[in-house]
Design a binder for this molecule. Structure first.
Ligand SMILES: N[C@@H](CCC(=O)N[C@@H](CS)C(=O)NCC(=O)O)C(=O)O
Length: 218
């Protein structure tokens, strides 16, 4: 089995996928998206939106992008039912949490970061305040969802929802702190201790801290 992943260890979506590989025990070869012109040109041929990660399954002749779809693909390759539960009702909750975090946490987070880095032109303070409000709403929603006492994002098993949450919550809380939301804090603490995420963070460490926000104060 030869699985190649175009990614970068600091990338939130790259980490999301790396966590899935480690959870499933699947080996992969990293193609580092490092900004070098030749790499960028080659990457542009496999990634239609120039976004990482992209999975190439050479044995199957398949190119898969969109991190959630990559993880569904990997889960099936590993036999199925681990990161996406076999039970359709449980699977729906997993996909729901993945979508909520991707849309309402990563969405505003990325727009704030793009503003701060000047990638969206002159930083727009009004727009960034609105994005921060959306992040607060997402924290409220997640706190409420987790208040049923679940251990992981969608129940008692570590799933796609947790692969998604670990890196994205870790970066986003630096923009809008968790505040007084004990369930959210406890879940994030469990994610930080999960060996697959610890490994992804260790791999990102040599690249330094690229986030345009101070480390969390709490
Ligand atoms: N919806 C995509 C988002 C991927 C994404 O935004 N990746 C970022 C890295 S975390 C990226 O490639 N950014 C490069 C750029 O915007 O130039 C997914 O889930 O895979």
């Amino acid at each position: 089995m030869s699985l190649i992943v175009w990614s970068h260890p600091y990338s939130a979506y790259g980490q999301k996928t790396a966590i899935a590989f480690y959870e499933l025990g699947l080996p992969f070869e990293l193609k580092l998206v490092n900004g070098e012109p030749a790499v960028t040109e080659e990457f542009g041929k496999v990634s239609p939106f120039a976004k990482m990660p992209v999975l190439i399954d050479e044995a199957a002749g398949a190119t898969v992008f969109e991190s959630s779809i990559v993880i569904e693909y990997l889960d099936r390759l590993a036999g199925g039912g681990t990161l996406i539960p076999a039970d359709p009702v449980e699977a729906l909750e997993v996909r729901f949490m993945d979508r909520i975090i991707d849309t309402y946490v990563a969405g505003p987070m990325n727009r704030i970061v793009f503003n701060r880095l000047g990638r969206a032109g002159t930083p727009n303070e009004t727009a960034m305040a609105l994005e921060a409000k959306e992040l607060e709403s997402a924290w409220d929603m997640l706190e409420q969802r987790l208040s049923d006492g679940r251990t992981w994002g969608a129940g008692e098993s570590f799933t796609l929802a947790d692969c998604c949450a670990a890196p994205i919550l870790t970066y986003a809380r630096r923009l809008v702190p968790f505040g007084d939301r004990p369930h959210l804090r406890a879940w994030h603490a469990r994610l930080m201790a999960r060996p697959s995420f610890v490994r992804a963070l260790e791999e990102a460490a040599p690249f330094g801290d690229l986030m345009p926000a101070p480390p969390p104060a709490d």
